[in-house]
Design a protein around this ligand. Structure first.
Ligand SMILES: [Mg+2]
Length: 366
């Protein structure tokens, strides 16, 4: 039995704030164009294959949300106004809010342009109460950018992230060490940060619907079914999350690789081998609304020699299919091979923000 996990993590409790801008892209557009205020707005392409990247709260009332096909959105909300994204503006606002964060702490971990974790346990203002820091930060964001932010305050990242949703928009919520375990217990697992739809389905099949159900499972069981995520799930079921706030997490690349049980000698199995790697890389990109301009294939042979092959596209990779085609062509060129392949890796670099959906649609529709 591990007492540590049933109560507070060892060491000093931390004070974590998760700041999340409200309907960020859509709010920026409404700010800069008075005609869009109080209107249902979708940032993204309105054409047949377009996808909503962000929806204003007025649009959300009709059931419109990000990642929804534009056609569906238009059906749900016939008066929906589509606006093209302006990433240069969003990036500039993002820099403004990060400057505000930096007045309080150097421990800032951005999750995307509009979201960040702040560790304010020790802070540059010497403020004791994290709730007051969150209030101040939100007021400054409003003063500087004329945009609303919500905040979650707690003793770890997981709960701070969950808390920022509780009083959205333009609100904040605290989850204390005393309330954390009870909060998690009643929460459906599909709402847990870090539990995607596929994992939620798997949990449901295993009879896990709520945090309380999750807590009943042994760590061995969770590792058996969820691999590396098992210990994380075991922790968060108890309101425990030991992950540190990692400052300046500016990723230069996203990669995945796999060593095979048996060496690969043919194109077919190699192709199958890279598919899950591409899926992993793309999942990360989707979660962070980024893509990259360069894809690199890494091949390690049975004798441990290694080669890499890369290809770049100026407009950035817009779908996992395009990455797959590119990797296929790079992979095809290394066959036939004398040596068996023991490891394959796929890395995406020259990362940049990306609209959820197809930006080339926007650019090529004249
Ligand atoms: Mg947001």
């Amino acid at each position: 039995m591990n007492n540590n996990l049933d109560n507070q993590p060892a060491g000093r409790p931390r004070k974590i704030i998760h700041i999340d801008m409200d309907a960020f892209y859509a709010s920026v557009e409404q700010r800069d164009n008075p005609e869009l205020r109080d209107q249902p707005v979708a940032v993204g392409g309105s054409e047949a294959r377009g996808v909503v990247a962000a929806a204003s709260y007025e649009a959300r009332k009709f059931g419109v949300h990000s990642a929804m096909p534009s056609v569906t959105a238009k059906r749900k909300c016939p008066d929906l106004i589509f606006v093209k994204p302006r990433f240069d503006v969003y990036k500039a606002v993002s820099a403004q809010i990060r400057e505000i964060f930096a007045e309080y702490t150097p421990l800032i971990e951005p999750l995307s342009l509009d979201e960040a974790y702040l560790d304010v346990t020790e802070n540059l203002k010497g403020m004791e109460i994290a709730t007051e820091i969150a209030l101040e930060i939100r007021a400054k964001i409003k003063a500087v950018t004329d945009l609303n932010a919500s905040a979650g305050i707690s003793y770890n990242k997981f709960l701070a992230k969950m808390a920022s949703d509780l009083n959205k928009p333009n609100g904040q919520a605290v989850i204390t060490p005393k309330n954390g375990p009870a909060f998690v217990a009643q929460l459906p697992v599909k709402k847990f940060h870090g539990v995607g739809p596929a994992t939620a389905d798997k949990m449901h099949r295993l009879g896990i619907e709520t945090g309380a159900n999750l807590r009943e499972k042994e760590i061995e069981f969770l590792v058996q079914h969820f691999g590396k995520s098992g210990p994380y799930f075991y922790g968060i079921a108890r309101g425990v999350d030991e992950r540190q706030v990692k400052p300046n997490r500016v990723r230069k690349s996203v990669g995945a690789e796999d060593t095979f049980n048996q060496d690969i000698h043919a194109f077919g199995p190699a192709r199958e081998g890279v598919k899950p790697l591409i899926a992993k890389v793309w999942r990360y990109c989707e979660g962070n609304e980024i893509t990259g301009k360069t894809v690199t294939l890494k091949v390690k042979y049975a004798d441990f020699t290694q080669i890499t092959r890369a290809k770049s596209v100026a407009e950035g990779f817009r779908s996992p299919q395009v990455i797959e085609e590119t990797i296929d062509s790079l992979l095809g060129a290394i066959f036939p091979t004398q040596k068996g392949i023991r490891l394959l890796g796929v890395t995406l670099s020259s990362l940049e923000p990306r609209v959820v959906g197809s930006i080339e649609q926007l650019q090529f529709t004249l």
